[in-house]
Design a protein around this ligand. Structure first.
Ligand SMILES: C[S@@+](CC[C@H](N)C(=O)[O-])C[C@H]1O[C@@H](n2cnc3c(N)ncnc32)[C@H](O)[C@@H]1O
Length: 351
């Protein structure tokens, strides 16, 4: 999200659109991979009552503390995991939490992180150059700034920050090292590029690039999306809200690829990939916040929502029915089993 706006708390983005895209139903089971303060999670829980369940994940222990207070009223319907969503499959396995009706990713960082004094995400506050979502991560922004070669810094700032002055900025950073605080870095860049460039501060893109690199945001997203579709139940929904073009491109390309039966290059004379479509894209055109929402919450302005639904082949659907009907451990599917079985039987087994 942009570094320039200030808001006291994190306001969840496109809540109505998210609930609709997830098709939240009473009794449904959902994963919020970026639970943060629990804004979307609370909406999912209230729309899935009675009987709904939610597994909320966040890498940031502070976010988990806030979410656990905010969602306390939902009692045992909520489970929270202070984990990185790159481990999504393992987390769900540990919590015995699949298949699910819907999975949400609301990417990036929250207003609470951006506005906090000591996390180093913003140059609005002087703080150590940290930028980790979790204190358990090893690499900080200071490590990158002070140890990467000029070439690697240039590449990182150009690729993740889409910064046209990447070469000059990388050179200046290397000259000015060691750089340990946010203001020091912002000043080094501002002296080079000029105090203001258009509406955004000249250091915005470099800060953005460092945050993406520190948290391996693009790699983690690509891996988590692959894991997510394997955790969805029949007609389960995958909903992703992204805030910049690099992550939105990953989501768009992933959904497009998974919606195709063949992913062979167009030049291939015959299909050899044996790929089967696993998703149906629900919104061909990306969903964006209404002008009213952007006015009330300016930080929502760059949000892009994409949604897709799991499609299973006929064979896979038979396997699901078979698996469920022979499963001894009723508890693993719990509430979900009767509804799912009824629907599947109606679709495939009814005379
Ligand atoms: C935009 S906020 C989510 C706001 C939330 N939907 C709400 O309504 O309050 C993004 C959250 O995702 C978390 N996050 C980002 N990348 C993560 C990852 N790889 N694993 C777990 N949490 C992550 C951040 O710590 C942050 O709390």
């Amino acid at each position: 999200m942009g570094e320039t706006m200030l808001a006291p708390t994190h306001i969840p983005v496109m809540v109505k659109e998210t609930i609709e895209a997830l098709n939240v139903q009473p009794g449904g089971r959902y994963i919020d991979c970026t639970v943060d303060g629990g804004g979307h999670a609370a909406a999912i829980l209230s729309h899935s009552a009675p009987g709904g369940q939610l597994l909320g994940i966040d890498a940031d222990p502070e976010a988990i503390k806030i979410a656990s207070n905010r969602l306390a009223a939902y009692g045992s319907s909520v489970r929270l995991a202070n984990e990185n969503f790159v481990n999504l499959s393992a987390i769900c396995y540990r919590y015995d939490f699949s298949p699910v009706h819907g999975i949400l990713f609301d990417l990036g960082l929250s207003s609470l992180q951006l506005d906090s004094d000591g996390r180093g995400f913003s140059f609005q506050h002087d703080a150590p150059l940290d930028m980790r979502f979790s204190p358990g991560q090893k690499i900080t922004a200071a490590d990158i700034v002070n140890t990467y070669s000029e070439t690697d810094l240039e590449r990182l700032i150009r690729t993740y920050g889409e910064e046209s002055f990447s070469r000059q900025i990388a050179h200046r950073i290397v000259e000015a090292r060691p750089i340990t605080t946010t203001l020091q870095l912002a000043q080094v860049i501002a002296q080079l590029v000029g105090q203001r460039r258009g509406k955004i501060h000249p250091a915005t893109r470099t800060f953005h690039a460092l945050r993406i690199a520190v948290n391996q945001e693009l790699e983690n997203l690509a891996s988590a999306l692959e894991q997510a579709i394997k955790l969805l139940g029949w007609q389960g929904r995958l909903v992703v809200i992204s805030y910049h073009s690099l992550e939105d491109r990953i989501v768009k390309q992933f959904m497009r690829r998974e919606a195709k039966d063949c992913i062979c290059p167009p030049s291939a004379p015959a299909c050899v990939c044996q790929h089967n479509a696993s998703l149906r894209i629900l919104n061909k055109k990306v969903i964006t916040p209404s002008p009213v929402e952007v006015q009330v919450n300016p930080r929502s302005r760059s949000a892009r929502l994409r949604a897709a639904e799991l499609v299973a082949t006929r064979d896979e659907q038979y396997q699901i029915i078979e698996g469920l009907s022979t499963k001894k451990e009723e508890k693993s599917y719990g509430w979900r089993r009767p509804t799912l079985l009824k629907k599947l039987r109606q679709a495939f087994l009814a005379p």
